[in-house]
Design a protein around this ligand. Sequence first.
Ligand code: MRU
Length: 356
Amino acid sequence: MSAPTATHLDRHDTIRAVTYADGVLRLLDQRELPFTEAQVECRNAGDVAKAIRDLVVRGAPAIGIAAAWGVVLQAGLLDNAGHPISAVTLRSTFDTLNAARPTAVNLAWALARMRAALAATGGDPLTTLTVEARAIQDEDLAANRRMGEIGASFLGDGIGVLTHCNTGSLATAGFGTALGVIRAGYAGGRIAQVYAGETRPWLQGARLTMWELVRDAIPAQLIADSAASHLMKSGAVQWVIVGADRIAANGDTANKIGTYQLAISAKRHGVKFMVVAPWSTVDMATKGGDDIEIELRDPAELLSISGRRTVVDGADAWNPVFDVTPAELIDVIVTERGAIEKPFDRGLAKLAGAQG
Ligand code: MRU
């Protein structure tokens, strides 16, 4: 076990899902991975909102970052047309972006930051918005590197870990949250083997997390979501490490559907459970998990695989894409401001007060 250097970690930080330059936002199309690396170009806020809804870009921090750039794109169009850039002229832009997906609070958080920057500007509003979007993106990358260090320090030596969904570079500005801890843990010798749940129905684990892990040559095996309890019973994993879409003030955590059952099983098998998320995912205005809106997506996502129907015609499906893990099932929440153990309400309030 050794402390990973920045150079070690740079080797694990080569993917960028969201890039902005000269009035164009380029998104690595996550619907097409792992076999096609295509870019979708967005030139206005409507393009960005559609890309978020259609999961071209996904993952809580990444959708916040994309939305911030969506505001910049629309402000640029107003400017080019000789219109003023203001809270009034951008109102429908903010509303459209905010409505794209409901569960991840990073979206509303990023838009609130953009709104506040615009309100406070004393200079050119387009420059102000561009600087703010860039800051949101850069700060997320720095937070991920920091959380990698903090989270990895909780792990043992040469252990096995299980993760769910995709929380890597594709879901963030780079490096990742839970996957960032896994990257740092592997680079430092604390993690020897990673297991990734395939994450039905959209297959974020199979298509995206395995793509990132194979690129980084981190030893990883894909499991069917339904193999998780059997895996934990075997003793092969000591930690479950997941990301979050929204962490309520009491520590209840919304994340990809299936996370809750992993937490129940982890408790049953004596496996530790870690949530890793930047502070932008913490929502102190939401008291508990019952107050978090869970996105319901098109049942069609469950009725077919890769566009091929697998269920009898006439069948219906229920497709909630997030669930809430109660705080009592979580051992540690890692943010860039520090790690928190129970009682989470006190720890979160302290970190909010310290720097919020
Ligand atoms: O529907 P998705 O793919 O956007 O869901 C993503 C997740 O649930 C992630 O675990 C979460 O956003 C954290 S990403 C760092």
